[in-house]
Design a protein around this ligand. Structure first.
Ligand SMILES: [Zn+2]
Ligand SMILES: [Zn+2]
Length: 164
């Protein structure tokens, strides 16, 4: 017989408050608890998923199913925004090194694919080399303009320059 579970009613885990025990048990004999989310929905959660210890590898539950999904999506958006901001910063740094070595029109182009889309333009210049070692603008969905034969690759004379 599994031992009687500790009463967890009233405990708070993220957005969830434990409101009442459930008759359900996990295969391991753990109790389930009904929890109410701040949005008002309820979710039945096994006690081993109710933990304040978020550093352990076992996943914990901190919201109802719907809120968990939203939180996940927000997390993905936040990560994408951060990565895009880093790409633009890197492109700016690359381009600063290329002033005077590439056509100035390239340096006025959008910084990244996403930047070009935002501005309704089709070309962008990150100051990076393509797989065939060209240094040239890119077309959104299209790749390197030098590969496409539309512009010659820039020839950069500074041998110390490291382009990422
Ligand atoms: Zn919720
Ligand atoms: Zn190329």
């Amino acid at each position: 017989m599994p031992s009687k579970p500790r009463n967890r009613v009233g405990e708070i885990y993220g957005r969830l408050t434990v409101v009442r025990p459930s008759d359900r048990r996990t295969k391991g004999g753990n109790a389930y608890w009904w929890c109410r989310c701040v949005c008002g929905r309820e979710r039945e959660v096994p006690s081993d998923k109710l933990s304040h210890n978020t550093t352990r590898r076992k996943p914990v539950v901190t919201a109802c199913l719907e809120c968990s999904k939203e939180l996940q999506v927000e997390g993905v958006y936040a990560k994408n925004d951060r990565e895009e901001a880093e790409r633009r910063e890197q492109a700016k740094r690359n381009r600063e090194q290329l002033i005077g070595q590439v056509p100035s029109t390239w340096l006025r182009m959008p910084l990244t694919d996403a930047h070009a889309r935002e501005l309704g333009e089709v070309l962008f210049f990150r100051g990076t080399r393509c797989l065939r070692n060209h240094l040239a603008p890119y077309r959104i969905n299209g790749g390197c303009l030098a590969c496409a034969g539309q512009v010659p690759s820039a020839v950069v004379t500074n041998p110390h320059q490291e382009l990422i």
